[in-house]
Each structure stands twice: as structure tokens, then as C-alpha cells.
Design a protein around this ligand. Structure first.
Ligand code: AHN
Ligand code: ZN
Length: 325
């Protein structure tokens, strides 16, 4: 009799062990595989944009670059919408603007919105030499870097689908804001493309769980602080992204400190579209402008683009997206 009890006990332990290993395996299988973000590829996408020249609205180059960005998103398998609008700038100029939207898995309910601006500023109004004020900014960092990182993410999304749907929007006319010397009404003069989309989304009733804006994400040694408009509207998303960055070992880029309130596309996506959104934007505590020394100067060129920074930002955003269920 005792032998039988021991035998039953033995079977019991064995089956328990088996279950334990099975659930262990399940855990391993459930761990999401995040494709590797290729910084070389993002760098090339930035180079290509810069090679077009300044992407200033109402120029030929601007249209050529729009066609390039749409074609790229399509080639990665996105459903692409070119949203055209005539937008009035602070100085009365009517801008022929194009917001470019690439949707992955448009049928999915749960969606994440990733965005950047693709236009470049018509004036280098922070250049140390006033003779350069009317020269357009090349916008390697200010514009092209966010778009380059998102194009590389788009390439990965096309190859390996995450659980959630993703919309990538390249907003136009972000950087046509009134210079500090302008004496007229300059309210809401920045971010015209995102303001338009927020009032007229490409799909009526469009919803996303949250949004992430990438702005000036390519400079060597860039620091990204927990920006205060992002904290006001979407503190939980800031935490999610910064926590992920720390875990991945990028704490020298993603600083665990709240600093600066920056008027940028995410403000209008929060305020008008009601999608909780954050801004990953380079902020330099130690510079008088708050941004890099080349910001809104003729020196916003490829020399100020660093693959390690692109890697930190791209990898972090990829891990956030592929963690969602
Ligand atoms: C202001 O200068 C008010 N906001 C910065 C938004 C911006 C300009 N991002 C890139 N260029
Ligand atoms: Zn700018």
C-alpha cells in the first residue's frame, strides 16, 4: 500500500515538473521578438532628404521630397494617404502643404501614432551671421532626422508586423513659424500641418491609443528630457518610453528629469485631436537656445547627425511599439 502511495506521489511530482517546464516554455515563446533597428539605414534616409535640398513649402524640391517619402512608405507595405491643404502662414503666404500618412494594418482597432515634421525652415534666423537669415535651413537634424528614423521603423513594420496597428505621419509646415522679430500676431504660427490634420484627420473618427513625436533626434550626444507639455497630457507615455530607454541602456540620451515646455506638433495632437502624445526632442540645458548650436542656422547639416543617437531613439521606439498587445 505504501509503495502505491509513493508511486502516486512520484507521478504527481513528475506531472508537476512537466507543467512547470511547459509554462516556462510558454513564457519564452510569448516574449516578443523585436526586430533590430538599423541606424545605417536611417542615416541613409536622412542623407537622401538632405540631398534634395531644403524642403521648403511652395518649392519644387518640396514636391520631389513628398513623392520620395510617399513612395518609400508604399514600398514598405503601408497604405499611404497624401493629405493636401492650403495653409495660411503668419505672413499671409498660402502654403501648398502635404501631410503624408502611412498606415500599417489599417484594420486593427488598437493603434499607435508615430510622427515627425518633414518640411524645413525657410529662414536661418538664429544664424550668428545676419547675412544668412534668408537662407533656408538644410534641416538634417531639424526635420530629416525624425523622418529618417520613422522610415527605418516603417521598413521594419513592413517586414515583421507588431500586434498593434501603426500610423506614421510626416507633417508639413511645422517650421514656418514667425521669427522672433515678427511684430504681428504669431499665435499658433508653428505646426500648421499637424493643426490641420488634428481638425481633419485622414479618416473620420480616427483614434489612436497614443502618439510619439520625434523631433531633432540625430545629434551626437543628444539629451532628451521629459518635456512638460508631454508630461501634462501624457505622463504615462513619457514614463513608458523613458523606462524602456533606461532598460535598454540608453540613459545617457533619455534623461530622467522633467525640463522645458516646447511648442511642437504634439501640442496640437493633444489639444485638438485629443490623442495623448509626447515629444522626444533634443534639449540642451547648457545652450542659450535650448537646442543645438546649429538649430535654425545654415549648419544644420549631416555633420551633426550621429548613428549612435539614431540607434538609441529608433531602438527605444521599436521596443515600445512591439511590446504593445
Ligand atoms: C519653438 O521654437 C517655439 N518651438 C520649436 C519647434 C520646432 C522648430 N521644432 C523644430 N523646429
Ligand atoms: Zn525648426
Amino acid at each position: 500500500m505504501r509503495k502505491i502511495y509513493i508511486f502516486i506521489l512520484f507521478i504527481f511530482i513528475l506531472s508537476g515538473c512537466k507543467q512547470a517546464t511547459q509554462s516556462g516554455k510558454q513564457k519564452v515563446a510569448e516574449q516578443i521578438q523585436v526586430p533590430a533597428f538599423v541606424a545605417d539605414s536611417a542615416y541613409q534616409y536622412i542623407q537622401t532628404q538632405v540631398d534634395f535640398g531644403p524642403r521648403v513649402p511652395n518649392t519644387e524640391v518640396h514636391l520631389q521630397c513628398a513623392a520620395y517619402l510617399s513612395a518609400k512608405l508604399k514600398s514598405f507595405g503601408a497604405e499611404v494617404t497624401e493629405q493636401k491643404a492650403e495653409l495660411k502662414a503668419f505672413n499671409g503666404t498660402v502654403l501648398n502643404a502635404v501631410n503624408i500618412i502611412g498606415s500599417f494594418k489599417p484594420e486593427k482597432q488598437k493603434r499607435i501614432l508615430l510622427f515627425a515634421h518633414w518640411d524645413s525652415r525657410p529662414w536661418s534666423d538664429h544664424d550668428p551671421d545676419p547675412a544668412n537669415y534668408n537662407t533656408p535651413v538644410l534641416g538634417a537634424n531639424d526635420g530629416a532626422s525624425g523622418v529618417g528614423v520613422l522610415l527605418e521603423i516603417a521598413r521594419q513594420l513592413g517586414q515583421t508586423a507588431p500586434e498593434v496597428g501603426v500610423d506614421i505621419i510626416f507633417f508639413d509646415a511645422e517650421d514656418y513659424g514667425a521669427p522672433e522679430t515678427f511684430s504681428g500676431n504669431s499665435e499658433d504660427s508653428w505646426c500648421l500641418g499637424s493643426q490641420y490634420w488634428a481638425r481633419n484627420p485622414h479618416k473620420s473618427g480616427y483614434k489612436a491609443d497614443y502618439g510619439i513625436l520625434l523631433d531633432m533626434v540625430g545629434a551626437p550626444g543628444a539629451t532628451f528630457y521629459k518635456e512638460q507639455i508631454s508630461m501634462h497630457y501624457a505622463a504615462h507615455i513619457v514614463k513608458k518610453v523613458w523606462d524602456k530607454a533606461q532598460k535598454l541602456g540608453f540613459s545617457q540620451y533619455f534623461i530622467n528629469e522633467e525640463l522645458g515646455a516646447i511648442t511642437d506638433d504634439h501640442l496640437y495632437i493633444n489639444r485638438i485631436a485629443g490623442i495623448p502624445s509626447i515629444d522626444i526632442i533634443q534639449y540642451d540645458k547648457y545652450s542659450s537656445k535650448g537646442f543645438g548650436h546649429y538649430w535654425h542656422t545654415i549648419n544644420d547639416t549631416m555633420e551633426n547627425i550621429d548613428k549612435s543617437t539614431l540607434h538609441a531613439v529608433g531602438t527605444t521606439v521599436m521596443h515600445v511599439v512591439y511590446s504593445e498587445k
